[in-house]
Design a protein. Structure first.
Length: 484
């Protein structure tokens, strides 16, 4: 088992360039979901602490925006190197607090570092526009300026990547931030804040507060209107509530919310490759991903054989502590998550679904749920209409292309979708018809630093990553200059 060194993880909040331990306040106990054991305590911030963080960000905003783009982007370049240098150390910390196997934690660090590098390069290329007025009266100039102080709220399932994807464009554009990581996985973000501090981020430009009372802390911040941008990754329910709170002051919102991704498998594919791609789309991060394949829709002529091969692949996996060599699937984030998944599986089985492999929550310590494949899942089953967020693959057969698309779009969500086919015309046709923000064609992994990630319908607003991701942190200003 890999040993975890917590020496470089701050046990404090970062506000205005000062690490504040808040010794007389309540504490959050961070536990290892594989064992249930406490691994560290961090401060549990209240509403007043949240206001202090916003004060610090506002005090730093003008100076941070006035820095040259090159100087800000150099900070990101230094942070990129420091993060990669700390990969093994941070991977163990991430696995200890979140559960994912070490290999996946290392992969997340590489992915996160790529955002720091991408926006270090993108931040020096922010451009405006210049044109003659059609009336001939003067010049039209369009500039782009930082939106201002941004509140970044990150989830527990990708505790580094979701933060890096938000923080990097904020630094590149000169937006001071207040970051609130998920209470279950704050240690990774605190480690990243330490790295950014070492890389030279100015005092107050990046502030990190940990709290178990998110609503109590966030609502007053939004009500004051001093924050000009909210970037949130999490559930649709919470995102909709935050969106409503932002409306009073017209605060810009970037929301990556829930998903219910369909994976369509047509009858012209190589079955082994189809199984591999569905496996990747379903079990990345143990299925605890908004982009995970939530529904596996397979043509009726190959559904039985596909299901058998997928079940064989699932049954070969080793479930255990992510810190132990050889573990393929780590624990869920907590026992309550396991119980919720079991409830969805039980409801589907009661409706006629059949567990080919897995399907039963084991007894004993730890938040482990076995990789599960369900066959003959009826279309009315609850787990086809909400996120499973776990290693359960429900297989549903379809009649033809039109039926597959209709089932795929029968959801309020529209984050990601996937399809497997050897017919290029069908791939293009179905991609256009899927009501999602992202489509993977013959690939179960679509995340890429150069790609804009985001959804439609109840899956959110705006985009993160790629060339579009920096736009969320910029305003356009039009300046008219007369000829006389």
């Amino acid at each position: 088992m890999v040993q975890v060194n917590m020496d470089r993880v701050p046990r404090a909040l970062l506000i205005g360039g000062v690490w504040d331990e808040l010794p007389h306040r309540p504490r959050i106990v961070v536990s290892n979901p594989a064992t249930g054991e406490a691994i560290m305590e961090v401060p549990d911030a209240d509403a007043e602490t949240g206001r202090r963080a916003v004060d610090a960000a506002n005090a730093a905003q003008a100076g941070f925006a006035a820095m040259s783009a090159r100087d800000r982007c150099d900070i990101l370049l230094r942070a990129h190197e420091l993060l990669l240098d700390a990969k093994d150390e941070l991977a163990a910390i991430m696995t200890a607090e979140m559960g994912k196997p070490l290999a996946e934690a290392r992969g997340e660090i590489d992915y996160s570092a790529s955002y720091l590098l991408w926006y270090a390069q993108e931040g020096v290329r922010v451009q405006g526009a210049h044109a003659q007025s059609p009336s001939g009266r003067g010049q039209i100039m369009l500039t782009r300026e930082p939106v201002g102080v941004s509140l970044l709220i990150t989830p527990w399932n990708f505790p580094l990547a979701m933060g890096a994807r938000k923080i990097a464009p904020a630094i590149a554009t000169g937006c001071a931030v207040v970051v609130k990581p998920a209470e279950k996985t704050p240690l990774t973000m605190l480690f990243l804040a330490r790295i950014l501090e070492e890389a030279g981020v100015p005092d107050g430009a990046v502030n990190v507060i940990t709290t178990s009372r998110s609503g109590e802390v966030v609502a007053p911040i939004l009500a004051e209107g001093r924050v000009r941008h909210l970037s949130f990754t999490g559930s649709t329910r919470v995102g909709a509530a935050l969106h409503g709170q932002c409306s009073a002051h017209m605060i810009r919102t970037s929301l990556e919310l829930g998903g219910n991704a369909p994976f369509l498998v047509f009858d012209d594919v190589d079955l082994d490759r189809a199984v591999s791609e569905v496996f990747a789309a379903k079990l990345r991060n143990m299925g605890e991903a908004c982009t995970a394949a939530n529904r596996v829709l397979v043509h009726k002529d190959i559904a039985e054989e596909f299901t058998a091969r997928l079940a064989a692949r699932f049954s070969s996996l080793v479930v255990g502590d992510g810190l132990v060599d050889g573990t393929d699937v780590g624990p869920m984030i907590d026992r309550a998550s396991c119980e919720r998944i079991q409830g969805l599986v039980d409801e589907a089985v009661a409706r006629g679904a059949r567990a080919v492999v897995g399907g039963r929550l084991p007894e004993g310590p730890g938040a482990f749920y076995p990789p599960t494949v369900l066959a003959d899942v009826p279309r009315g089953a609850q787990l086809l209409h909400e996120e499973i967020f776990g290693p359960v693959a429900p297989v549903v057969s379809f009649e033809d292309e039109a039926d597959a698309v209709a089932v795929a779009n029968d959801t309020e969500y529209g984050l990601a979708g996937y399809l497997m086919t050897n017919d290029l015309a069908r791939a293009m046709r179905v991609s256009r018809q899927l009501e999602v923000g992202m489509v993977g064609v013959n690939s179960g992994i679509i995340s890429d630093v150069a790609a804009p990630l985001g959804g439609v319908k109840s899956s959110g607003l705006g985009r993160e990553g790629g060339v579009l991701g920096i736009d969320e942190f910029l305003e356009h200003k039009y300046v008219f200059i007369p000829h006389d």
